[in-house]
Design a binder for this molecule. Sequence first.
Ligand code: ZN
Length: 89
Amino acid sequence: MNMNSISFWIIFYLIMLALSVIIGYLKGNIIAGFLLGYVLGPIGLILILLSKDRRTIQCHACLEKIHKHSYICPHCQTKVQHKHKKLIN
Ligand SMILES: [Zn+2]
């Protein structure tokens, strides 16, 4: 293996890692993105692409994806019912 192909694989690996971090960031799970990209490279990138987006929930009325902190659905104006339990009450 010559130097050119070694640098190629290093750059390839770093791009995969960077993409995993970016996708992890977009999905609200930057740590998982970094770890998957770091440990698994291209496979980690695929795994983070397939992972569930933690920043969005599904509107119960129109089934559109909405931000988890939304109070009213921007698509159908329905009040959002959050599934997770409240800490108080
Ligand atoms: Zn809706």
